[in-house]
Design a protein around this ligand. Sequence first.
Ligand SMILES: NC(=O)C1=CN([C@@H]2O[C@H](COP(=O)(O)OP(=O)(O)OC[C@H]3O[C@@H](n4cnc5c(N)ncnc54)[C@H](OP(=O)(O)O)[C@@H]3O)[C@@H](O)[C@H]2O)C=CC1
Ligand SMILES: CC(=O)C(=O)O
Ligand SMILES: [Mg+2]
Length: 417
Amino acid sequence: MTDKILHDAALDYHAHPTPGKISIQITKPADTSHDLTLAYSPGVAEPVREIAKNPEDAYKYTIKGNLVAVISNGTAILGLGNLGPLASKPVMEGKALLFKRFANVDAIDIEVKHKDIDDFVNTVANIADTFGGINLEDIKAPECFEIESKLKKLCSIPVFHDDQHGTAIVTTAGMLNALQLQGKKVEDCRVVCLGAGAAGIACSTFLLECGVKPENFFMIDRHGVIRSDRTDLNEQKKKFINDTGPKTLAEAMDGADAFLGVSGPNLVTKEEILSMAPKAVILACSNPDPEVSPALVQEVRPDIIFGTGRSDYPNQINNVICFPFLFRGALDVRATEINLEMKKAAMNAIRLLAQEPVPEEVAHACGEDHFEFGPHYIMPKPVDHRLYSWVSKAVAEAAVKSGVARAPLPDHYLENE
Ligand SMILES: NC(=O)C1=CN([C@@H]2O[C@H](COP(=O)(O)OP(=O)(O)OC[C@H]3O[C@@H](n4cnc5c(N)ncnc54)[C@H](OP(=O)(O)O)[C@@H]3O)[C@@H](O)[C@H]2O)C=CC1
Ligand SMILES: CC(=O)C(=O)O
Ligand SMILES: [Mg+2]
């Protein structure tokens, strides 16, 4: 598809037949005066009184338990930058669409104008009880770290910054699978991460948690490798200081086994790709335009396993493969938070599902005849219905096991055991 055709088709899709991508539907009869007596006055007073006595009853009588707020301030919209809250609305509506389509989670977008971090935090904290969970989205670093940490303390429902943790879960699953296919041991690999923001810091933390050695790991921002001789590092970046040699992206890429891009478009050169180790891995996740073009990598280094954040190339590495299913599991057991155990469970479920035989209908939905675990299929497709049971169940079980569930595992998770 040319850029012009995509531009026109995307605008047409968003504008027609009704503007936007989501709407609200009613779930109870509202046709007769009896229906209205129950739905509104006087009947509605009964659940009001019950919830006033016992706030947990909000889960019983309202949509709360299946409702997620997708909240942004528009400071890091995909890889497009700080374009403000209103411009982020199509992305947030998109996340709501994905929540509903893939995991039957009702989600509503909220775009927040604010003066400072506390203004944003107070706005979100003051409306948090409406929802069963909060998905923070496209909030730039380093503010996102303070925002998430303050909100976690103030809210009794899961607060999850998707660009940090959803991205960390999918990139780690993709990286581990790709390295396995290339016959490389993660603990021996030299890994480069371009991007030290919301996604970069969280992805790097998770990769180190899952076996990458700190001495083999190079994080890079606009000013080069994160090293101790830099005077401009924030506290999160300082955790990734590596003084073993490289100062630039080009130096770090020389001999690297893996590259993770969570930065911006077209930042990696042909020479840098050529200098990577044999059978390397590149996950260029910047949206909508990756750090390096798939065509270039295919042309100069066909031995490299390559993934992007987009759905129109093989190996989509995008947090859509995680967040709908992760929240499904968390909501199903009324988890109070999304902890490390739940994130690891999601990562492993995604990673292992990719190694299973793929139903034909999944391949057909993606315009292909067949998918098989290999260089062009390292991750499950978002349309794979098995993500619902695999990831949600793993997350719910981990929540119960780690003591953050307020409800038992629902029966439907136990049915296939
Ligand atoms: N595929 C997926 O699922 C996801 C992809 N992403 C992508 O990751 C990217 C970053 O998102 P996010 O972390 O939320 O944004 P942030 O604004 O929090 O972080 C951006 C990071 O990228 C670095 N960066 C930007 N431009 C350059 C450059 N020219 N050279 C080197 N480093 C650069 C910044 O460096 P500095 O610190 O010096 O400013 C910063 O560390 C976006 O493109 C986004 O689309 C994000 C989430 C999910
Ligand atoms: C996918 C996503 O969340 C992003 O690019 O910001
Ligand atoms: Mg995002």
